[in-house]
Design a protein around this ligand. Structure first.
Ligand SMILES: NC(=O)c1ccc[n+]([C@@H]2O[C@H](COP(=O)([O-])OP(=O)(O)OC[C@H]3O[C@@H](n4cnc5c(N)ncnc54)[C@H](OP(=O)(O)O)[C@@H]3O)[C@@H](O)[C@H]2O)c1
Length: 271
C-alpha cells in the first residue's frame, strides 16, 4: 500500500527543510518544492536514504500562478493519499514602503499569500473528500501587529493568520485541521533574503533555531492546534502586543526595524 504524502513549500532552506526532515522521520512520502532544485535534490536524496521514504523534488517559482497550477497538476494523481500540506515558502522585504520596488512587494504578496490561497483551494477539497488531512501555514509573530519598515511583510502574515483561523473553523467536523504556526526571529536565510543580516539586532532576545521552530510547528499541526506561537518569548511578545496601546506597539516595532536598518546601512558603508 502506498504511504501518505506530505507537501512542503519552501523546503530548500530554513524552517521548510527542518519540517521536511520531521515529516520524513514520521514516515511520510514527500513532495518538496522551492526554486533551488539543487538544494531540493540533495535534501530529497538524504531523506530517502535516511528514512526509507519516497521524496520528489519539484522546482517551482510560487510567485507565478501558472507555476502553482503546474504544482497542483503534479499533485492531482496523488490526491487520495495527500495527507499534509505545509505552506511555508515566504520572504520579507525591509525598508520604507515608498522605497521598496512595487514589483518586489507584489512578488512577496504572490508568494506569501496568493500561492498559499491557490494551493490550499486545490488541496482542501481533496482532503475533505478523504475526510482527513492537515494543513500547516507558516505565519509569524508579525501577524499580530503592524510592522513599520516591513509593512507589506507584516500585512501578508496577518493575512495568513486570519485566513488560517477562519479555515480552521470552516473545517470543523470534516476531518481536516488547519494550523497557523507563528515563529518569531529564527536563524535561517530569511534575513539575507530580506536585506538584513541574520545577526541583525532585533529585540535583544536570541533567535530560535529553525529545528526548534519546525518541531513546535509540526507537533501543533499533528495535534490540530489552531494557532501556535512558537516559544515562550514569542508568546509573551504576542500577549503584550495584544494588551498594549497600538501606538506604543507601532513605536516599538519601528525601533526594532530601525536598528536593523542602521545595522544594514553600517555594513554596506565602505570601511
Ligand atoms: N526566519 C524568521 O525569522 C521567520 C520568522 C517568522 C516567520 N517566518 C516565515 O517562515 C517561513 C520560512 O522562512 P525561513 O525563515 O525558513 O526563510 P528561508 O530560509 O529564507 O526559507 C524560505 C523558503 O521559501 C522559498 N521561497 C522564497 N521565495 C520563493 C518563490 N518565489 N517560489 C518558491 N519558493 C520560494 C525559498 O526557496 P528558494 O529560494 O529555493 O525558492 C526557501 O525554501 C516564511 O514563510 C517566513 O515568512 C520566518
Amino acid at each position: 500500500m502506498s504511504r501518505s504524502l506530505a507537501v512542503v513549500t519552501g523546503a530548500s532552506s530554513g524552517i521548510g527543510t527542518d519540517l521536511a526532515e520531521l515529516l520524513a522521520e514520521a514516515g511520510y512520502d514527500l513532495l518538496l518544492t522551492a526554486r533551488r532544485l539543487d538544494r531540493l535534490g540533495e535534501l530529497a536524496d538524504r531523506l530517502s536514504v535516511s528514512h526509507a521514504v519516497t521524496c520528489t523534488s519539484f522546482a517551482a517559482d510560487l510567485a507565478s500562478p501558472a507555476e502553482v497550477q503546474r504544482l497542483i497538476e503534479a499533485l492531482a494523481p496523488d490526491r487520495s493519499r495527500l495527507a499534509i500540506l505545509v505552506n511555508n515558502a515566504g520572504f520579507g522585504t525591509h525598508g520604507f514602503f515608498h522605497d521598496i520596488p512595487t514589483d518586489r512587494d507584489l512578488e512577496m504578496i504572490d508568494v506569501n499569500c496568493r500561492a498559499l490561497v491557490q494551493l490550499t483551494k486545490a488541496v482542501l477539497p481533496w482532503m475533505i473528500a478523504n475526510r482527513s488531512g492537515r494543513i500547516l501555514n507558516i505565519a509569524s509573530v508579525a501577524s499580530f501587529q503592524p510592522g513599520p519598515l516591513m509593512a507589506v511583510y507584516y500585512a501578508s502574515k496577518a493575512f495568513v493568520l486570519s485566513l488560517s483561523e477562519a479555515l480552521a473553523n470552516e473545517c470543523q467536523g470534516t476531518g481536516v485541521t488547519v494550523t497557523a504556526a507563528c515563529p518569531g526571529p529564527t536563524t535561517t536565510e530569511f534575513g539575507v533574503a530580506a536585506g538584513f543580516h541574520a545577526d541583525a539586532p532585533t529585540s535583544g532576545a536570541p533567535a530560535m533555531t529553525s529545528s526548534a521552530v519546525a518541531r513546535l510547528s509540526f507537533d501543533a499541526m499533528m495535534r490540530g492546534t489552531r494557532v501556535e506561537v512558537t516559544g515562550i518569548r514569542n508568546r509573551i511578545v504576542v500577549a503584550f502586543s495584544r494588551l498594549l496601546p497600538r501606538g506604543f506597539v507601532l513605536r516599538t516595532v519601528r525601533a526594532i526595524q530601525e536598528r536593523r536598518r542602521r545595522s544594514r546601512e553600517g555594513r554596506s558603508r565602505p570601511s
